[in-house]
Design a protein around this ligand. Structure first.
Ligand SMILES: Cc1cc2nc3c(=O)[nH]c(=O)nc-3n(C[C@H](O)[C@H](O)[C@H](O)COP(=O)(O)O)c2cc1C
Length: 358
C-alpha cells in the first residue's frame, strides 16, 4: 500500500481515520491509528459537554477540551494527528483557531463548505487544511475561492460519498442513485483538480470516504484515482475507540436492515442504527424544551424534534432510549472487537490478497 505525501507530511499508510462525534474518536483512537502509520483524527464536536468539568461555559470548555485531547494524543504518538471540525458548528472558528495554535498536523473540515478556512492561518502555521466535499462542483468552487481570496489551495481533499456514517452531503433521493456513488465521484473530482494542479504546479491528493471497509475496497478506490481513504465505521469496533462498550456492541448487534437514513436537526440526512429513540421521534414524541448549547448554526429549536448533541452524548454512553449511533452503511459487517493494530494488519492483508501476484 503506497504511502502518501501531503506537503512536507509523510503518511506511511494512506488511511485517515474519520473524525467521529460526539466523543467517538478522541485521543485514544486517533493516537492508535497514528501509531500504525495512518492519520488519527480527533472529533471536536461536543467537547464542551465532555469537558464540562473544565468550565461551566460550553464554548470555553470546548477549547480547553480540544487542547487536552491534542495533548493526550501527542503523549501517545509521534504520528500524524488531525482534528475534524464541522462548518455547521457555532464554535467552528474557536475549534479551528485552537487546532492551528496547537500545531495539529491536519484540519479536516466538513458538514458545509469551509470557504474561509485559509483565513485562519498565521505566518509560520504548520497545519494542513483538508476540506470535505461531496461533489466535483464543490471541489471546484472551493479551489477557486481559496486561490482567489487567499492564494491557497487545499493540501488534500476528502470526498465523502453516500455510504458514509453521520451526516451526509446528499439529498435523500441521491443516496441510492449511482450517479452520486463514490466510484463515480472519485474520477470526476480527480479530473476537476487536474487543471489546478497543472496551473499551479502542485499536488492535491484526493482521499475517498464512505463505505470503505476492507483492504480490497481501498485498492479498488485507489485504482480509480484516489490517493488514500478515510474510514470511520471500521474503527468503531476497536479496543481503542473512545466510545462505550455498549456503543461498539450496537454495531456488532446491528443487521443490515437496522441501518437507516434519518432526518437530523442539522438539516441534512444522516445514517444511523435504528433505536427506540428514532422510533419515538418518528412518532412525533420528542420535542426539545430548551437549546442549552446552541451548538449547530442551522438548528432551530422551534422546529427541531430533539437536541442532537444530547442525543449523541446519550448514545456515546450506550443509552439508545435517548439517542442513536451514527454508522456507515457497512456497520452491520462488524462481528467482534479487535485492536487498531489488528485492523491495520487485516487491511494490508486484504489489500494484497485482492490482487494476488501472478
Ligand atoms: C459514529 C460516526 C460519527 C461521525 N461523526 C462525524 C463528525 O463529527 N464529523 C464529520 O465530518 N464526519 C463524521 N462522521 C463521518 C466520518 O468521519 C467518515 O467520513 C465516514 O463515516 C466514512 O465512511 P465509513 O464510516 O463508511 O468509513 C461520522 C461517522 C460515524 C460513523
Amino acid at each position: 500500500m503506497k504511502g502518501l505525501r501531503i506537503g512536507d507530511l509523510a503518511i506511511a499508510v494512506p488511511v485517515f481515520q474519520g473524525g467521529m462525534g460526539v466523543g467517538i474518536s478522541l485521543s485514544g483512537l486517533a493516537s492508535a491509528v497514528a501509531n500504525e502509520g495512518g492519520v488519527g483524527v480527533i472529533s471536536s464536536a461536543g467537547l464542551g459537554l465532555l469537558y464540562k468539568n473544565l468550565s461551566a461555559n460550553y464554548l470555553e470548555a470546548s477549547i480547553l477540551g480540544l487542547k487536552e485531547e491534542i495533548k493526550r494524543a501527542r503523549e501517545k504518538t509521534v504520528g500524524v494527528i488531525g482534528v475534524n471540525v464541522m462548518v455547521a458548528m457555532t464554535n467552528f472558528a474557536d475549534m479551528i483557531r485552537t487546532s492551528i495554535a496547537e500545531k495539529v498536523d491536519v484540519i479536516i473540515a466538513g458538514a458545509g463548505l469551509p470557504l474561509d478556512l485559509p483565513s485562519f492561518l498565521k505566518k509560520g502555521s504548520v497545519t494542513k487544511l483538508i476540506p470535505i466535499v461531496s461533489s466535483a462542483r464543490a471541489a471546484k468552487i472551493l479551489c477557486e475561492k481559496w486561490k482567489s481570496a487567499y492564494d491557497y489551495l487545499p493540501d488534500a481533499i476528502i470526498v465523502e460519498g453516500p455510504k458514509a456514517g453521520g451526516h451526509l452531503g446528499f439529498r435523500e433521493d441521491q443516496i441510492e442513485n449511482k450517479d452520486f456513488s463514490l466510484e463515480k465521484l472519485v474520477p470526476e473530482i480527480v479530473s476537476e483538480l487536474k487543471p489546478f494542479e497543472e496551473k499551479y504546479n502542485t499536488n492535491i491528493p484526493l482521499i475517498a470516504a464512505g463505505g470503505i471497509y476492507t483492504g480490497k475496497d481501498i485498492r479498488d478506490i485507489m485504482d480509480l484515482g484516489a490517493s488514500g481513504v478515510q474510514m470511520a465505521t471500521r474503527f468503531v469496533t476497536t479496543d481503542e475507540c473512545d466510545a462505550s462498550p455498549a456503543f461498539k456492541q450496537s454495531y456488532i448487534d446491528a443487521e443490515e436492515k437496522d441501518i437507516e437514513i434519518i432526518k437530523s436537526p442539522v438539516g441534512m440526512p444522516g445514517r444511523a442504527i435504528f433505536s427506540n429513540f428514532i422510533a419515538k421521534v418518528r412518532d412525533g414524541k420528542k420535542q426539545p424544551k430548551a437549546c442549552p448549547f446552541k451548538c449547530i448554526k442551522t438548528c432551530d429549536i422551534s422546529k427541531s424534534p430533539y437536541c442532537i448533541i444530547v442525543a449523541l452524548m446519550n448514545s456515546l454512553k450506550g443509552n439508545f432510549e435517548a439517542g442513536y449511533a451514527f454508522a456507515g452503511s457497512n456497520a452491520f459487517r462488524a462481528t467482534s472487537i479487535s485492536s487498531v493494530k489488528e485492523v491495520f494488519q487485516s487491511l494490508k492483508k486484504e489489500y494484497y490478497d485482492s490482487r494476488p501476484l501472478k
